[in-house]
Design a protein around this ligand. Structure first.
Ligand code: NAD
Length: 419
């Protein structure tokens, strides 16, 4: 966390429901239903480590809401994973799918572990055993995982293989974000980063700011941050800083993004290669003067303490929950335009949906088709949220919650309560 502020993501997510519910005039019963998760599974399971010792890991799978379709959401491997974080992330998945009008509900999973200290074999064994442990919740019609922090297409391939072995036949639709060779969609790997850039472009258009030469700062250089950096660079923006969990690289004139990312991929760290480049901390990075700041790492990075020092004109949230409610209020009062996570990073779930559709129908779409459809959906999502924000005179985050939560509440109302 960026400071000492103690933040419970689930409390934060529930508070957001109250804010949207007030705008939507929802009744108490509906609010309570939206705030509660549907199914939660906690598993403790053994993995034999390379040194022969057996280690017990704790994993979670939470389905928040399935009113609009099967549960959908990533699996994260991180030492800080806990039940409340997974609950919050599952809730945000529900709203996110609804904001871009994808017929999915929300779920999330995670295993408390440090994959950086594990071998590939240990990660594979952990993945296969975790998949077995939660397999009763999974399936293309029930719950479909995807990559998240420190999981990737290879991890999805192991999940798909394990689930398929349990069934006795191949079930590609049980996960998205798989390698293309196993039924993954073209364009899925790039989708979240591309979605971040598409919504950034829309925000700049609305604010009448040029993209050409715009100064962009990105926290995190994984799937979301790294891809976003490459696309910003290609479109003529200047990526002046990027970071990993250790440190950031800064060049006021603009980084050579491809070179920095290639070095990072090869050596697992950033290094200054020209006299214009310098190292900065993640804290300094968040406070750099820039046009667009993209937090694309983990949650709770922009908090009450550093929000007054954030100098970005626009913040586009690639990560889930990077801004606390206290910080959000400060950013809003300071007139910083925020494209909230449930809109900005919805490109991932959108192309996951395309992948699932292709798997179920045994179709293969071209990259161009995926890209065109993604662009249209993200632009529409941005416009719908902006329209609500302008008409109701509420911040973009509240507007996105009103759109997403409103759609889920209406689906729940129409379905009614069984029996
Ligand atoms: P990733 O594992 O590919 O990359 C994570 C990045 O964050 C890495 O560069 C890592 O070095 C950096 N990082 C980790 N801890 C950090 C810290 N304490 N401070 C600064 N940087 C740190 O993960 P990703 O898939 O790119 O996910 C990043 C964020 O985007 C997460 O919040 C995730 O939930 C969200 N997200 C991802 C997707 C997706 O499709 N992958 C979709 C929607 C949202």
């Amino acid at each position: 966390m960026a400071g000492n502020e103690k933040i419970d993501s689930f409390e934060m997510a529930k508070r957001q429901v109250d804010i949207a519910a007030e705008c939507l005039n929802l009744d108490r019963g509906s609010i309570e239903k939206l705030k509660s998760t549907k199914r939660e599974l906690i598993v403790h399971f053994p993995v034999q480590m390379d040194d022969g010792n057996v280690k017990i890991f704790t994993g979670y799978r939470v389905q928040h809401n399935v009113a609009r379709g099967p549960a959908k959401g990533g699996i994260r491997y991180h030492p800080d994973v806990d039940l409340n974080e997974v609950r919050a992330l599952s809730m945000w998945m529900t709203w996110k799918s609804a904001v871009v009008n994808i017929p999915f509900g929300g779920a999330k999973g995670g295993v408390q572990c440090n994959p950086k200290e594990m071998s590939l074999r240990e990660i594979e064994h952990l993945t296969r055993r975790f998949t077995w442990e939660i397999s009763m919740m999974l399936g293309p019609e029930q719950d479909i995982p995807a990559p998240d922090v420190y999981t990737n297409p290879q991890v999805m391939a192991w999940i798909m293989d394990t689930f398929s072995i349990l069934k006795g036949y191949s079930v590609p639709g049980v996960v998205t974000g798989k390698p293309v060779e196993l039924g993954g969609s073209l364009g899925r790997f790039e989708a979240t980063g591309r979605g971040v850039v598409i919504t950034s472009v829309e925000a700049l258009k609305y604010l009448k700011m040029p993209l050409e030469g715009a100064k962009v700062v990105i926290q995190g250089c994984g799937n979301v941050g790294g891809i976003a950096a490459m696309h910003f660079h290609r479109l003529g923006a200047r990526v002046i800083a990027i970071s990993d969990s250790q440190k950031g690289l800064y060049n006021e004139k603009g980084l050579d993004v491809m070179r920095a990312l290639e070095y990072k991929a090869k050596h697992k760290c950033f290094v200054c290669e020209t006299k214009d480049e310098s190292e900065i901390t993640n804290q300094e990075l968040l406070e750099l003067k820039c046009d667009i700041l993209v937090p694309a790492a983990i949650g709770n990075q922009i908090i009450e303490k550093n929000a007054p020092r954030v100098k970005a004109k626009v913040i586009v949230e690639g990560a889930n929950g990077p801004t606390t409610p206290q910080a959000d209020k400060i950013l809003n009062d300071r007139g910083i335009f925020v494209v909230p996570d449930i809109l900005a990073n919805a490109g991932g779930v959108t192309v996951s949906y395309f992948e699932w559709v292709q798997n179920l129908q045994e179709l293969i779409w071209s990259e161009e088709e995926v890209s065109d459809r993604l662009t249209r959906i993200m632009q529409k999502g941005f416009k719908e949220v902006l329209d609500i924000s302008l008409s109701k005179k509420i911040p973009m985050r509240t507007a996105a919650l009103v759109l997403g939560i409103g759609r889920v509440a209406e689906a729940s109302r129409l379905r009614g309560i069984y029996p």
